[in-house]
Design a protein around this ligand. Structure first.
Ligand code: 4NP
Length: 158
């Protein structure tokens, strides 16, 4: 069982999108039982809320269901998950400060490091204050990164 937590700022747009896409992809590969998939935010503003309706609508167009209620990431999550995947630089910096052990630091990754079309260190752009196409971009990026991530996990290192 591999436990994965996707992390953004509010846990209502990007990380629930990544969670929904990864869950869908894993199901398509018949691997549902092998993964525990969750998401969280580095900010607590939207705790308890469902994913943003713009994210949910854009994902539904692609047959992907977004579920869950927003929650804030805590330091203890570094012990509950094997992989903690940050959507952008800011999230990565906040999570780096919360990762106080070598084991925790090894678990922390950047989402776009799994996206083959991405330059090194790139972010998943925050769609919250933008137009509809931001949500489509997030879906495209998360789809590519989730495929890259699953490939790494199914094939193993090397
Ligand atoms: P997310 O997007 O981090 O992808 O969930 C945001 C959600 C809310 C806010 C910013 C980004 N906000 O400022 O409330």
């Amino acid at each position: 069982m591999t436990r994965i937590c996707f992390v953004c700022l509010g846990n209502i747009c990007r990380s629930p999108t990544a969670e929904g896409i990864f869950r869908h992809l894993v199901a398509q590969h018949g691997r549902t039982g092998q993964f525990a998939i969750d998401s969280a935010g580095t900010a607590a503003w939207h705790v308890g809320k469902p994913p943003d309706t713009r994210s949910t609508a854009a994902a539904a167009q692609r047959g992907i269901r977004l579920t869950g209620a927003a929650r804030a990431f805590t330091a203890a999550d570094f012990e509950r998950f094997d992989l903690v995947i940050a959507m952008d630089d800011n999230n990565h910096a906040v999570l780096s400060r919360m990762a106080t052990t070598d084991a925790a630091r090894r678990r922390l990754h950047r989402m776009r490091d799994f996206d083959p079309d991405s330059p090194p260190g790139a972010s998943v752009p925050d769609p919250y204050y933008g137009g509809e196409h931001g949500f489509e971009d997030v879906l495209d990026i998360c789809q590519r990164a989730c495929e890259g991530l699953l490939e790494v996990l199914l094939e193993g290192p090397g």
